[in-house]
Design a protein around this ligand. Structure first.
Ligand code: FES
Length: 135
């Protein structure tokens, strides 16, 4: 060892790097398999219903978008889901996420969410999205 601490001056500095990868936590919930659109219609003017508020057109727009984008989800037109005062009511199942009173302008955003959560079918896949009888 040399006098005066010169050995410390000639020592190469060492730097340690740590790589930290931060990812979004994945939801433990399974992706929805069905988007339910209430098309219930009441003919009494003093009782609210989704059908009277235009839910059939929303269902048609969703159905068309699902087919065009080949989103891996089925659409089901349903009876009353008990959210009549805030309808038209759309629900993802399983899971129960509700959309209350969406407008036709908001359908694209719903389709974006469905595509993100459910993915799309391979174009080579012969199984087209399944629509329930009567839908
Ligand atoms: S009529 Fe649609 S939720 Fe009741």
């Amino acid at each position: 060892m040399k006098a005066g601490g010169s050995s410390q001056l000639s020592r190469k500095s060492e730097t340690t790097f740590a790589v930290v990868i931060v990812t979004e936590p994945k939801s433990l919930d399974p992706p929805p398999t069905t988007v339910m659109v209430c098309v219930n219609r009441r003919f009494r003017v003093d009782e609210a219903s989704c059908g009277v508020r235009g839910s059939e057109k929303l269902a048609d727009a969703l159905e068309s978008g699902i087919q065009q984008r080949r989103i891996n989800i089925k659409l089901e037109r349903s009876i009353c889901m008990g959210h009549c005062l805030t309808g038209p009511t759309i629900r993802l199942a399983p899971g129960g996420r509700f959309f209350h009173g969406p407008t036709s302008e908001e359908i694209a955003a719903i389709l974006d969410e469905l595509e993100e959560k459910c993915g799309t079918l391979d174009p080579a896949d012969s199984d087209a999205p399944l629509f329930m009888p009567g839908s």
